[in-house]
Design a binder for this molecule. Sequence first.
Ligand code: P6P
Length: 343
Amino acid sequence: NSSEAINTDIVTLPRFILESQQQFKQARGNLTLLLNALQFAFKFISQTIRKAELVNLINLHNSSITINATGDVQKKLDIISDEIFLNAMKSCGVVKILVSEEQEDLIVFQGNNINDQTYAVCCDPIDGSSNLDAGVAVGTIVSIFKIDPNVKDLKQNVLRSGNDMVAACYAMYGASTHLFLTFGQGVDGFTLDNNLGEFILTQPNLRIPQQRSIYSINEGNTFNWDPKISKFIDLLKNPQSEMNNNCVPYSARYIGSMVADVHRTFLYGGLFSYPCDKKNKNGKLRLLYEAFPMAFLVEQAGGKAVNDFGERIMDLKPKHIHDKSSIWLGSTEEINKFLTYIA
Ligand code: P6P
């Protein structure tokens, strides 16, 4: 008989949603239906990625398979994940509008009962996919808005302030599959138990550390940044600078997959940034399905998220569904250093 205590009262995601639904205005259960569809999509994408990676690795040993074919398999993963996500949103019956990084235009689902389709969902099905064949953690990032039935132009349901989000989450397909989720009442972390096929609550009411001497930015872009930004990063690196008052010297950590870099920032603290540069005049990361959801989650965990001008990401409003934004997010004390510096 194994000595470790077996937890016989685990909180699965469906149970967590039902228990938290009681606190919600929309007690009709539509959010529950949506979140169950989302978690199915994450499980399916997770399994598909891991299987594809295995196929990739098998192919890599088969010299007759050209690198292009492997690249194609990797490219297909973007498409497969997008289709998995689209079908899950379409079939749950409560989503009216879908914005996807993979789809040029807004997708509108012709549901049978208009007033049941209460949500607009924006997503990046596999963020960081260029890292897939290197075995780097990638993820799915999602922001959720409620449809305003009085709005005639459907696009206006997603071209709005980040403050209007009702929920946001990301799934990270790493050594384990993690899910971080907020409805605006804090952040809760779940881990996929592959044997049960359930996301289990593992990090309830997660808080981001207030301070941590870690900066996460692609320094290969240094010569394309506004000089003010490269000066700020230099100050972080200089143990004698005013940025280093009695804290340990900064460490650089950059994975190049937003979900992985943000997940580490949640757990260890520090700051993550993708500023504007000469190549990306409005930044590289997308507002609706990268900056908005990550900003909502970080703020709900006690952190901050601003753009190069110090504006709160959540206060921004996209003009087009694929608009980009610069972003600085992470521990409050680290972002405050940036805000003080640019003030
Ligand atoms: P760079 C991945 O391609 C991505 O969209 C984000 O996941 C990541 O943070 C960023 O781009 C990395 O960009 O220019 O540093 O390779």
